[in-house]
Design a protein around this ligand. Structure first.
Ligand SMILES: [Zn+2]
Length: 226
């Protein structure tokens, strides 16, 4: 399903964003190279990482956006953006944190970055949505897997099921085009490089991203991302 934004896990999120931004194939954000590029896929390589063999630098689709340097997974960003834009509802940081399975502090950070990012992004021509190959948002159940889910996938699945439940309850007034326009502004319209202070803040967030809820001890297996 290439022509839709998917956000049930990290792989799907990156592939969706790449299809959205690199309509004519990937481009190195450092030097502009478009042919001598390769996707890095080692076991320890983060999802979505590419390497440019012209300038030797690695990059991802997050480069130069508010998502750069973020330790928050891209599918979590996308779900946050969807909830904050397409539902048309005011969602508190506490509620957002509950749905996404992140701390209130992380949820507050996501909200703030998204709001300020959208404010700072330049207005884009209204024709973008009609030109884009990606015009839909896929909200289907988490894909079935023949193998037992790894702990990380189980966290993803539980998160996505909470996300689907919220969007189902708001289904009568969901507007995917508001989300897609916001996403495009954040990916293409800002033109600003990432704030270096973000890196420090993100490192602090990383520690709190998978906080256990109060009253539980140890065992981050099943709902560890909550
Ligand atoms: Zn390059």
């Amino acid at each position: 399903m290439p022509n839709a934004v998917r956000m049930h896990d990290e792989q799907a999120a990156f592939l969706s964003l790449e299809a959205l931004v690199w309509r004519d194939g990937p481009v190195c954000p450092h030097c502009g190279e478009s042919s001598r590029l390769g996707r890095l896929s080692g076991l320890s390589t983060p999802i979505g990482m590419w390497k440019c063999y012209a300038c030797r630098k690695p990059f991802t689709i997050r480069h130069g956006t508010i998502f750069q340097n973020s330790h928050v997974p891209m599918h979590v960003w996308l779900q946050a953006l969807y909830l904050l834009t397409a539902t048309g509802e005011r969602i508190s940081s506490q509620r957002l944190g509950q749905i996404l399975g992140v701390s209130v502090r992380t949820a507050w950070h996501l909200k703030t970055k998204i709001t300020t990012g959208l404010d700072a992004a330049k207005e884009l021509p209204g024709s973008w949505l009609s030109e884009s190959v990606v015009k839909r948002v896929l909200r289907e159940p988490f894909p079935d897997s023949p193998a037992p889910l790894q702990p990380g996938q189980a966290v993803c699945k539980a998160r996505y099921e909470r996300f689907l439940a919220v969007t189902a309850s708001a289904a009568h007034h969901l507007d995917d085009t508001v989300f897609l326009a916001a996403l495009h502004r954040l990916l293409r319209g800002s033109g600003t490089s990432a704030d270096p202070r973000d890196e420090v803040f993100e490192q602090q967030l990383e520690l709190s991203l998978f906080d256990e809820p109060a009253g539980r001890e140890g065992g981050a297996d099943d709902e560890g991302g909550r």
